[in-house]
Design a protein. Structure first.
Lengths: 89, 402
């Protein structure tokens, strides 16, 4: 896992959840952290701005999106993939 | 209390430039949604919408008028022309002094905001046209209708996002019913299909990139439309005395607030508005044959709306029909309830129920008769029109055959 990406994603999620980054663990879900659908859309926006990427995500049915949001670790991995794609592109 | 009837209807939207053209498209289940065509569309990720096509403002209005009329005002005036002509009313003397205009719009002159922000921010201009403010204000359309037709009574514009038109028509209904005024011109209009308008909606991530498929499994969100719907609401005795044709009777209205969430709908809030409209109309739930749904095609709205209808109607929910014409004309935001009222009038007058097109597979969470893909002939006596806005503001109208 890319440490710099992990740190930035955790910071964004922690800010949405109104907790300290040190209180966010990789196996937590956004629900565990108390982030609702609006918070999720805001987090995705913040991630796009932070990494200059397009996150494929439709709030209508998050489970059908190509972007895995099932846990903090899954989000970090997905962001790593998108950042790598951007650099390759 | 007075009875209130509709004696005129007018529209322009993605399905047609008149009521007959729109109703024909609804009967045929035609889709008015297509590729968007405006400046910078290539910078959008959502590029479809229910745009009004084959429309040339210069064929309808002169240069001075266009300088003052944002597209939402133009649409309003065209729809008002058709509605008032059908009503046969001519406003002068006491009638002019008492008759007014109440309209709904969510964004008002969004195209004017967009064009002028572009001029000052992107193009670096330091001067804008002197009429920017009177062109973009939310009440511009209402004021121009009042000026055009000499309507000098109670007039204003309401903005409750996607419920604006229904709230406006609810006000017009209450005002005529109370005897405050014998005639109100009402309805709503919206035109935010421009770069900034669609970009703002993109941010919410509830917009579909392919089609609006309300209640269908695999639906991918809402699609925006534009246009206007305008009606003449008239005191029944006033209309009868002059031998006017009556399109339908408005019998009930209710509005509620969820007081819960700025975007997520509430089943209880929707159900209270639906039940309230029937109570206000004095009709039993078994009398309702058709509901024109809010039916945006988002996961959140459609399942919440179906659950609310199931709660209110109990076993009768399986007997009634409910369809979303947004699948054809898109979501006209503040103007949507007005265009959708046309489907209600068609159901009552012509016995034709407009379909929900683009329907692919049943969704177990929307297990109602949504009139999939094809219009249906059916005799109905009472219909409802639902509108549930962002901000949790709900407005439901009840109409009866006359």
């Amino acid at each position: 896992m890319d440490e710099a990406i992990r740190e930035k994603v955790v910071r964004i999620i922690a800010e949405q959840a109104v907790v300290e980054p040190s209180d966010v663990s990789m196996d937590q879900t956004l629900e565990d952290l108390g982030i609702d659908s609006l918070g999720l859309v805001e987090s995705i926006f913040a991630i796009e701005e932070e990494f200059d990427i397009q996150v494929p995500f439709n709030a209508n049915d998050p489970s059908q999106s190509d972007f895995d949001i099932s846990s903090v670790a899954a989000i970090v991995t997905a962001v790593e993939g998108l950042v790598a794609d951007r650099k390759a592109g | 209390m007075r009875r209130v009837v509709i004696t005129g209807a007018g529209t322009i939207n993605a399905l047609g430039h008149s009521v007959p053209a729109t109703l024909e498209a609804m009967r045929e289940g035609r889709c008015g949604i297509g590729p968007l065509d405006f400046r910078d569309v290539e910078r959008l990720s959502v590029r479809i919408g229910g745009q009004v096509t084959d429309y040339d403002p210069e064929a309808e209005f002169n240069r001075q008028q266009i300088a003052l009329y944002d597209r939402f005002t133009q649409f309003t005036l065209l729809a008002a022309r058709e509605a008032i002509a059908q009503s046969g009313l001519d406003f002068h003397g006491d009638l002019a002094a008492r008759a007014g205009v109440v309209l709904g719009t969510a964004g008002g002159g969004v195209q004017t905001w967009d064009e002028n922000y572009r001029a000052v921010y992107e193009e670096g201009k330091n001067r804008v046209h002197p009429f920017v403010v009177p062109k973009l204000m939310n009440n511009a359309a209402c004021s121009h209708v009042s000026m055009e037709y000499n309507l000098k009574g109670p007039s204003f514009t309401v903005a409750t996002a996607c419920a604006s038109s229904n709230h406006a028509m609810g006000q017009a209904f209450a005002m005529v019913r109370s005897g405050m005024t014998p005639v109100m011109v009402t309805g709503g209009s919206e035109s935010m299909l421009c770069f900034g308008g669609v970009k703002a909606w993109e941010g919410l991530r509830v917009m579909s990139k392919d089609a609006c498929r309300p209640f269908s499994l695999g639906r991918s969100g809402m699609v925006q439309g534009e246009g206007a719907g305008i009606f003449v609401f008239e005191d029944y005795e006033h209309a009868r005395a002059r031998g006017a044709e009556m399109l339908a009777e408005v019998v009930g209205f209710a509005m509620t607030s969820d007081a819960a969430d700025i975007v997520m709908p509430s089943k209880q809030g929707a159900a209270r508005a639906i039940a309230g409209a029937m109570k206000d109309a004095g009709v039993s739930r078994d009398a309702v044959g058709y509901i024109n749904a809010h039916g945006t095609g988002t996961a959140a709205n459609d399942k919440t709306e179906c659950a609310a209808v199931a709660d209110v109607f109990g076993p009768h929910a399986d007997a009634l029909m409910i369809s979303s014409t947004k699948s054809m004309h898109g979501h006209l935001i503040g103007g949507t309830g007005a265009v959708e009222l046309l489907a209600c009038i068609m159901a009552l007058r012509d016995g034709v129920i407009a379909p929900t097109i683009g329907y692919e597979e049943p969704d177990p969470e929307c297990a109602l008769d949504v009139v999939p893909n094809e219009a249906r002939e059916a005799k109905v006596d009472v219909v409802l029109s639902n509108a549930f806005a962002f901000g949790g503001l709900n407005a439901v109208l009840a109409l009866r055959k006359i």
